[in-house]
Design a protein around this ligand. Structure first.
Ligand code: GLU
Ligand code: ZN
Length: 291
């Protein structure tokens, strides 16, 4: 009998706040209820923004919340070779092209999307650019997935329509059940996403897909701000022959003004609440998970 595997995959780029606690507790409770496994993965792929102190904070906060995870913990910074191997395969299949658009645009496209900062669809300026282009020697560049080419390589619209993922939470618009992909929406609405950078072996999208498969994660529990990323992950699963977990996108924990708690907002950081004398039970109550 195979039991479920849940995971919590924070980036050590800031303190954990109530939203993270909610995600972690939901995943942990679900794993325990099903007598399944719970994994912690440190998404420290952005080496420029990741800090050991934040990683330590993750361990401290989760332990304080009463969460137990398996060790050793997988850290994405240890997985660069695995990501690079897939990038090489994609390159050989002609699915990638180098993009020399601004560093800032590319940096934003590398990390996990966040609510309110919808990434603009890349206009395809560099599409078709050759890897032999001498301009590439001078600096950093991104590797973009040619989305149309990728979808055509999978079999085109008819095949794409049959690709789906199962949503057991609620998407932002209460989507539930079998969510099918749409080739037009992927090309027009998502576009040529960044999969890696010259000096950075994988973007959020690629690393998360490869690691969920590597760790045999069966259930992905995460905030609904990542719902829009899931069709992209489904495409990457199809392109790399990885299995598709079941997804549960949960509501976001908001502050009194209805704003999503950002990582820089220390007010609801777990460590702050703890220092102020809150108990783990109080935190459960604050996110609506008591009883
Ligand atoms: N590491 C991502 C973040 O902190 C979440 C990854 C995921 O759950 O897919 O935003
Ligand atoms: Zn470009």
């Amino acid at each position: 009998m195979s039991s479920i595997i849940e995971r919590f995959a924070p980036s050590p780029t800031g303190p954990l706040h109530l939203g993270h606690a909610y995600s972690a507790l939901l995943a942990y409770d679900a794993a325990r209820k099903a007598k399944g496994r719970f994994l912690l993965r440190i998404e420290d792929i952005d080496t420029g923004r990741s800090r050991p102190a934040y990683e330590q904070g993750i361990y401290d906060d989760l332990a304080w919340l009463g969460i137990k995870w398996e060790t050793p913990v997988l850290r994405q910074s240890e997985r660069f070779e695995a990501y690079a191997a897939v990038i090489d395969q994609f390159k050989e299949r002609g699915l990638l092209y180098p993009c020399t658009c601004t560093r800032k645009q590319i940096a934003a496209a590398m990390s996990a999307p966040q609510e309110g900062v919808a990434a603009a669809v890349y206009p395809g300026t560099c599409r078709g650019r050759d890897f032999g282009d001498p301009a590439l020697e001078r600096g950093d560049y991104a590797l973009r997935l040619d989305m149309r080419k990728a979808l055509v390589s999978l079999g085109g619209a008819g095949v794409i329509r049959k690709l789906h993922f199962k949503e057991v939470g609620k998407g932002p618009n209460r989507e539930k059940g079998k969510i099918a992909l749409d080739m037009g929406a992927l090309i027009e609405g998502v576009g040529d996403i960044v999969l890696a950078r010259k000096d950075s072996p994988a973007s959020y999208h690629l690393s998360v897909v490869l690691d969920d498969a590597f760790q045999q994660v069966s259930h992905v529990t995460r905030g609904e701000d990542l719902f829009e990323a899931t069709p992209i992950h489904r495409v990457l699963q199809a392109l790399t022959g990885r299995p598709t977990p079941i997804y549960r996108h949960h509501k976001l924990i908001r502050d009194g003004e209805g704003k999503r708690l950002a990582k820089r907002d220390d007010a609801r950081a777990i460590a702050t609440l703890r220092d102020e004398g809150a108990t783990p039970g109080d935190v459960r109550e604050m996110v609506g998970l008591s009883g």
